[in-house]
Ligand binder design. Structure first.
Ligand SMILES: Cc1cc2nc3c(=O)[nH]c(=O)nc-3n(C[C@H](O)[C@H](O)[C@H](O)COP(=O)(O)OP(=O)(O)OC[C@H]3O[C@@H](n4cnc5c(N)ncnc54)[C@H](O)[C@@H]3O)c2cc1C
Length: 644
């Protein structure tokens, strides 16, 4: 445990807000403020046409951009104008381009749909992928830095290959076809024990606003709770509670069968379990409140105790809960224990490497190299993604606003797709269309869909969250403190950790504390007390209203306070910041606390994904799971529906 003796730095100058670090808020070389103007005036913007060809310009390489990334300014305003009925350019210019398949959304699901379609229909099949962002990959986004002349990578979104279930036939087949052997890579290229082997431990930071004092607890999960908590603001009773929860074997629901307990636990939040069943001290309940932020983007008030048991949160060791589904609707709690989960592997840029491999399969000469290792350091040539002569094309900065079957859906011979790019509307047509975009947006794209289907799609509220990559001059402060990751239940970011160590192909993460490195911070803007979906809606509004300067100040302040005992100076030690904002992040999953008790085949994502004429629906939203395997499986289903 480390007391924070040094008074925290609070002024903007102390924090380094005036330092000339890499944080530029520019997209396509245009100031963000100009791109964020309302869409209708954006149509008139001089330079709108120039922006249309941005990806063809020499040097176009979005992974290196800093500042506000993820749903970056300029990528979503037209969608919000469509939602709000604020008018859009209604008359698209016809490109006269026709494709065998048009895919809306260039995330893992859309790229997989294009990949599978060409596998099945043949390499000459003409496919166009449209995406609203300046980079492909969707959530599987790459943050690239040049630190002291070395490439340093981090995931801007999707962190790793990992799922509560083994990859199914479609997803496993795609991985094999891309040359990814996650089991082998997990052993040879990723070292999850790198920092532990250096004697570094997990920590928790108690902040004075929540816990009365700034205090770093070093050794969460490895140091016995009694030792860890000595001298903390936790009372003797609270310390006993911790020990009962973390290490005890109390049956907190005695006299019930396993199934009766699971039923009860599925109807109460983890917060309620700790407060009302375990009867833990309020400060202890508060300590655990953010433990679910990483998995679900909300606190323990909005997630069932049963799901928390499923992912291994403490308190259940003495309760003799049997694995498997509950009697209540056959609902299976979250977690890995039933199936063992999938293989796990972290590419240095997260699953962005999978996106790059999919792009290589579609447009081989845009992504040099031939293996799942060399893709990590490959420099993508964006100018080659959308070449007229290529059977597969990827068009960025293109937000689809309308998708319409040509003729009656029952006998449609294709569909017309309208998209906005550089402030102008264009149309293309496809014999088939896969919508691998946010499913809750589909009612605005296809207003002709049956009302029941649109109502189901409207229910698919996604989780907002922020993944931030911060470049540091070195990581000696972490080394001095003996920590590599910090859980911060009262922090602006709920947790942060040093770049996971990987060595693959020509790439190696920082290996010495004196070298520059990256830190990954996670913020979930949840609003305890509201329902899960209302928390997401409120959090999304907050994210969109938060300036980069606010994120930067919070990052500097939190790192400065937490690492003060290791001589960390936010003004001196931070060299670049990339904030990946995901207002529409994780796909919704079944939440036993809030969602209606209906069988799987009546859940919103199943009702919402029905094929409509020449249009099929993919993306992980359509599978009720925020995982890469789900995104791929849904792509496979959608392609099969169209080719059937
Ligand atoms: C921060 C974060 C971390 C995650 N970590 C993991 C992880 O570690 N492991 C894991 O398996 N999963 C993770 N996920 C889940 C992740 O969503 C899936 O794994 C997968 O990448 C989703 O792919 P997708 O193609 O279904 O959706 P997306 O990645 O969302 O792609 C959809 C694309 O469609 C675009 N689009 C939407 N509307 C339109 C339109 N109208 N016109 C054009 N384009 C449009 C979107 O902008 C986006 O680019 C994470 C998600 C987030 C947000």
């Amino acid at each position: 445990m480390t007391d924070q003796q040094t008074p925290p730095k609070t002024s903007d100058v102390d924090l380094g807000m005036d330092r000339p670090i890499s944080r530029r808020d520019f997209v396509h070389g245009v100031a963000v403020s100009a791109l964020a103007a309302p869409l209708l005036s954006a149509c008139e913007l001089p330079g709108g046409g120039a922006a249309a060809a941005a990806q063809d310009a020499p040097g176009y390489y979005p992974p290196l951009l800093n500042g506000l990334r993820g749903s970056h300014p300029g990528s979503f305003e037209a969608a919000h104008a469509l939602r709000d009925g604020n008018g859009l350019p209604l008359l698209p210019s016809a490109t006269h381009e026709h494709y065998d398949l048009v895919v809306v959304g260039g995330g893992i699901s859309g790229l997989t749909a294009a990949h599978l379609f060409r596998q099945k229909a043949g390499p000459q099949a003409r496919v166009l992928v449209l995406d609203n962002h300046d980079d492909f990959g969707g959530h599987a986004k790459r943050n690239e830095f040049n630190l002291n002349g070395r490439m340093r990578l981090m995931n801007g979104g999707t962190l790793l290959i990992d799922s509560p279930r083994p990859y199914g036939p479609v997803a496993a087949g795609v991985m094999t076809s891309l040359g990814i052997d996650a089991v082998e890579l997990g052993k040879s290229a990723w070292d999850p024990a790198f920092y532990t082997n250096l004697g570094m431990k997990a920590a928790a930071f108690l902040d004075r606003e929540t816990f009365g004092v700034d205090k770093l607890l070093v050794g969460i999960g490895s140091v016995p709770p009694a030792q860890l908590l000595a001298g903390t603001p936790f009372s003797a009773r609270a310390q006993d509670d911790f020990i009962r929860i973390e290490g005890g074997r109390t049956d907190f629901l005695p006299g019930l069968t396993s199934d009766q307990k699971k039923d009860r636990l599925s109807r109460m939040s983890y917060e309620a379990f700790l407060r009302d069943v375990v009867k833990a001290d309020p400060l202890v309940v508060r300590f655990y409140a953010a433990r679910t932020h990483g998995e679900w983007g909300v606190g323990t008030d909005a997630i069932s105790a049963l799901d928390c048991w499923g992912i291994g949160l403490p308190g259940f060791a003495g309760m003799n809960l049997a694995r498997g589904s509950t009697a209540r609707m056959g609902f299976t709690p979250a977690g890995y224990a039933d199936t063992g989960g999938s293989a796990r592997y972290h590419f240095p840029d997260g699953n962005a490497s999978i996106a790059r491999l999919l792009v290589r399969s579609l447009v081989p000469d845009a992504v040099p190299g031939s293996t799942a290792s060399d893709v990590v350091t490959a420099r993508v040539d964006y100018a080659k993604l959308d070449r007229a002569g290529n059977p597969a094309r990827i068009r960025l900065n293109s937000l689809v606003t309308r998708v319409r079957n040509i003729g009656d859906p029952k006998s449609a011979t294709g569909a017309e797709v309208t998209y906005v790019r550089g402030g102008r509307a264009f149309s293309v047509s496809g014999s088939s269309v896969v919508l691998a975009c946010y499913n809750h947006m589909i009612p605005y794209l296809c207003p002709e869909l049956p009302e029941e289907q649109k109502a189901a799609q409207h229910e698919l509220v996604k989780t907002p969250l922020v993944y931030t990559s911060v470049a540091l001059r070195n990581w000696t402060a972490f080394q001095k403190l003996g920590i590599d990751r910090v859980y911060a239940p009262g922090g602006y970011h709920s947790y942060f950790f040093l770049d996971w160590h990987t060595k693959i192909g020509d790439y190696e993460s920082s290996s010495s504390p004196e070298e520059p490195t990256l830190v990954h911070l996670v913020r979930t803007p949840c609003k305890p007390g509201l329902s899960e979906h209302d928390q997401h809606r409120a959090g999304r509004a907050e994210l969109l209203a938060t300036s980069f300067a606010t994120f930067e100040r919070e990052i500097r302040s939190q790192l400065g306070r937490t690492l003060a005992g290791g001589d960390f100076d936010p003004a001196r030690d931070i060299t670049a910041i990339t904030v990946n904002r995901w207002p529409h992040g994780y796909a919704p999953e079944y939440n036993a606390l809030w969602d209606p008790e209906v069988p799987e085949n009546e859940r919103a994502w199943v009702l919402g994904r029905r094929r409509f004429g020449s249009i099929a629906i993919a993306k992980c939203d359509a599978g009720g799971g925020a995982y890469t395997d789900v995104a791929m499986e849904q792509a496979g289903r959608a392609v099969n529906e169209l080719l059937a």
